[in-house]
Every structure is written in C-alpha cells, then in structure tokens.
Ligand binder design. Structure first.
Ligand code: SAJ
Length: 441
C-alpha cells in the first residue's frame, strides 16, 4: 500500500476514532436529519446541506421540521456548534466524510430519477471531493454507486481507495417508528475497495450498533431493493387474495387473521386500498428498470404493481355495489372519504391511493368530501378540498362513507353507529356493531 494511502487512511481512521472528523450530510429530510443528529450526539461536528433554505434556517435556529426529531434534541447540538446547516455546497470543502441522503423519485415514465444523486456528486467534486469518505444512502438501482458516482469522483486521475473512499449504505429510517432508531437498526454497508469498507464501517460503527458489511456497493444497493420489493410483492399477493376471496364469497380479513396464527413460515400482510408512500411503490421500479436494461423482466414486481394499482378501482367498484343496494348511483351521491394519508397515523400523502380513489369517484359524479385528522387540506390535480369535521351530521348525511385509511384517532364506534352505508377498505369496522350496511374488501 502506498505511503500516501497509508497516511490518508490512518489519518481518517484516527479522526473518526477521536470524533475530530467533520461529517457532512447532503439532504436534510426524514433520513438525513436523524443521521445528522446521531453523528452530532456522538461528538462529531456535523454540517447539513440542503437546497431548501427554510429547512436550513429552521435547523440553524434549533427548530425541527421532522416529527421524529424533537427541538429539545436539536437545539443543544446547534447551540453547542456541533450541528449546523447550509444551502451552500462549499461547506463540504473541509469535511472528512459525506453521507448523501437525497431523494430518488420516479419520473412520470416510471424511470428512475437520479438527478439529485448526480447533482450531489458533481457538487462534491466541484468543492474538492478528494480526501474524503463518501457514502451514498439514497435507495437506488444496483450499479449506481460504481457506474454513476465513482466516475465523477475519479475525475482528474483521482483513485478510489487511495485519494477518496466510496461506499453504499441503504437508509432504513422508518418515520414514526419508535421501536427502532438509528443506533438499533442494523445498517448494511458495501465499499468500493476493502479500505473503503474499513473506513465506512469505522464511521458508521459510531452511530449504528450493528453495521453489516457486504461484498460491494451493488450488493448493498440490491439488499435495500429486496427489502422493499419483498413488501410490495407480498402486499400485492394479499390484495390478490382479497380479490379471490371476493369471488369465493369469503371474508379475506378472517382468512388473513387465521393464517397469521401460524407461528412459523408466514408473515402477515393485510389487503388495502392500494400501495402508497415514498418507498414501497417506488423502489421496486428502480430494480425492474435496471433489469430491463439487461433484457430481463422482473415479473413479480410488474405483477405486484398491476394488482396493487388496481385496488383503488376495486374500492370504487365496491362503492358502486354498496350504493346500488340502496338503489343509488355514485353520480350525485354524497361520498365521505375517511382517511386520505398513505397509511394510518401519518400525514404523508405521497402516492396515497386515496388520491386515485377521489379522482375515480369524482369522474363518476360523486359529491365528494373527506375527513383526515392528519391532512387538513387536500389540493391535487382537479380538486381542492378541506378536511371536514367528523360530526354526526357528516356521517348521517353521507350516502356512503369510504374508509381508506384507518387512523387510530378516528371515533370508529361513531362511524359504525351513524354511517348508513360504509365501504371498509381497512377492516376498521372489525368488532363494531354497524348500524348500516358495511361492505368490506
Ligand atoms: N400496506 C398494505 N398492507 C400491508 C402493509 C402496507 O396495504 O400489509 C400499504 C400501506 O397502507 C401503504 C403501503 O402499503 O400504503 C406501504 O406501507 P409500509 O407499511 O410498507 O410503509 P412505508 O411505505 O412507510 O415503508 C417503510 C419502509 N421503510 C424503509 O424503507 C426504511 C419499509 O421498508 C418498512 O418495512 C415499512 O416502512 C414499515 O414496516 O413500516
């Protein structure tokens, strides 16, 4: 090993060991902010970089904008000068390690949009990306680190593992989860070279109880996609079981609950109105897109997307069926959508199936309203609604209440007691004594 590498690596390991290393986190969202706090709490000096000036200003005032990070945690770290934020990439110039936690959305064409990752890499290079450890955390297709990031960092003859270290480590931050945090969630890490792996393990070992080394960044990229594709495919399976139970005249909720009594070899997933969120509906398409470039069709991913994508229409068909039993049509009926966030007890609307359901009902002429304690306003292409209070009158005057997201905060007893017709896409009426007609998935 060359003299230069020996010094660079030894120096970086020493800085990490002594907590003298300065860490930059690019992307101060639900992944980046908790990671910044974790490093700062361990004694590192941390700078967050984000294009959102509001996030930068709030963080520098010790104010959190992420539900999982309390002001009381943030403020002392900012006051102590251990944590700061900047909208200027120049801040990466004098740091020793950089974690990239920027979004990886899909384009309208369902193709990966890695422009945020590329922008981060180009800015790191522009501000002297050499002599640092760079770890990509954003979920992306296998090969991104090696095929997209590495060439940019290796410009001007810089060599990975000698002039800079490069690794991939998928984020596993689950907003709202309290049983696991940054320290207790094992973290997979794949380095471009053995020295890259050694240095990234040394850094992450300070904030993660169980780092999990794998053989390459591509393996680490694939691990994350397996994790979330596993969910999308199993949710697709249980949604298809719901469609099969409907044909068989069986109660899918009873079937799932009974299957879940199997103490081994089964993992419970529940049917629902479709697949929402910023991870599960998106990540598998990164994998299927990459495999398409290798002339391989990821059949399970595509089939799960088809089944999950049909569920909003299936729910609307159930609404039509329920109203038909009352000799009513959707057209002109007052329909109250109950819960619009993408999953219970969160305010996040990204990819929420409620949006599809509302569009479909609107297209069939429904007089729409909604209630969601976490979502006061809902402005989307073609509609601009406000959450209405869940009063007795709102329940009694609706021709049909559609339960799309079963937030714990909702008074489900009142819904059962006063709603004349309910379509229940979440089994929220389980155990209730409904006053009116209830159609479940
Ligand atoms: N859903 C179902 N049936 C299920 C589970 C989920 O219809 O049995 C629906 C949800 O309503 C939602 C969508 O699928 O619309 C996704 O739900 P999710 O429970 O997978 O929650 P997410 O999207 O917040 O996924 C995150 C992921 N976390 C990370 O990527 C770090 C995922 O890996 C976690 O497993 C998941 O949280 C979790 O378990 O909460």
């Amino acid at each position: 090993m060359g003299e230069k590498l020996m010094n660079f690596k030894a120096e970086l390991l020493q800085k990490i060991e002594s907590r003298q290393a300065k860490v930059a986190v690019i992307g101060m969202g639900y992944v980046g902010l908790p990671l910044m706090v974790a490093f700062a709490e361990k004694g590192f000096t941390v700078v967050g970089i984000d294009i959102d000036q509001q996030k930068v200003a709030m963080l520098n005032r010790g104010k959190s904008y992420i539900e999982d990070v309390a002001d009381e945690v943030l403020r002392p770290l900012v006051t102590a000068g251990q944590l700061q934020a900047s909208a200027d990439y120049a801040a990466v110039a004098d740091v020793d390690a950089i974690s990239i936690c920027v979004p990886t959305p899909l384009r309208k064409t369902k193709d990966p949009d890695i422009s945020y990752i590329i922008n981060a890499a180009d800015n790191i290079v522009a501000h002297g990306g050499v002599g640092k450890l760079i770890v990509l955390e954003s979920t992306t297709y296998p090969g991104t680190t090696e095929e997209v990031i590495l060439p940019r960092l290796a410009e001007n003859g810089h060599e990975v593992g000698r002039d800079f270290f490069l690794a991939f480590s998928p984020e596993r931050i689950d907003p709202g989860r309290i049983d696991y945090n940054v320290w207790t969630t094992p973290k997979v890490i794949g380095g471009m070279t053995p020295d890259c792996l050694e240095v990234s393990l040394a850094l992450y070992r300070t904030v993660v109880e169980k780092p999990v080394p794998v053989s390459s960044p591509a393996a680490a990229e694939m691990v994350k996609l397996l994790e979330n594709t596993f969910r999308a495919v199993n949710i697709g399976l249980v949604n298809e079981v719901a469609l099969m139970c409907d044909k068989l005249g069986l109660n899918v909720w009873e079937v799932v609950e009974a299957a879940a009594t199997k103490p081994y070899g089964f993992m419970k997933f529940t049917p629902g109105p479709g697949l929402g969120g910023h991870c599960i509906p998106i990540d598998p398409h990164y994998l299927s897109w990459k495999l398409k470039t290798l002339n391989y069709t990821a059949r399970f991913i595509e089939l799960a997307a088809e089944v999950n994508g049909f569920m909003p229409e299936y729910v609307v068909n159930k609404v039509a069926e329920a109203l038909n039993k009352e000799r009513k049509a959707i057209n002109g009926s007052r329909i109250l959508v109950l819960g619009v966030a993408y999953k219970p007890n969160v305010s996040d609307m990204r990819e929420s199936p409620a949006l599809d359901i509302i569009h479909l009902l609107q297209a069939r002429g429904a007089a729409l309203s909604y209630h969601d304690p976490f979502v006061p306003d809902l402005a989307h292409e073609g509609f601009d609604l406000q959450s209405m209070p869940l009063t007795l009158d709102a329940l009694q005057s609706a021709d049909c209440v559609v339960i799309v997201t079963d937030h714990q905060a909702v008074d489900w007893q009142a819904v059962a007691a006063h709603a004349p017709v309910v379509v229940d896409a979440r089994n929220a009426m389980q155990g209730m004594t409904p006053h009116g007609r209830v159609l479940s998935l």
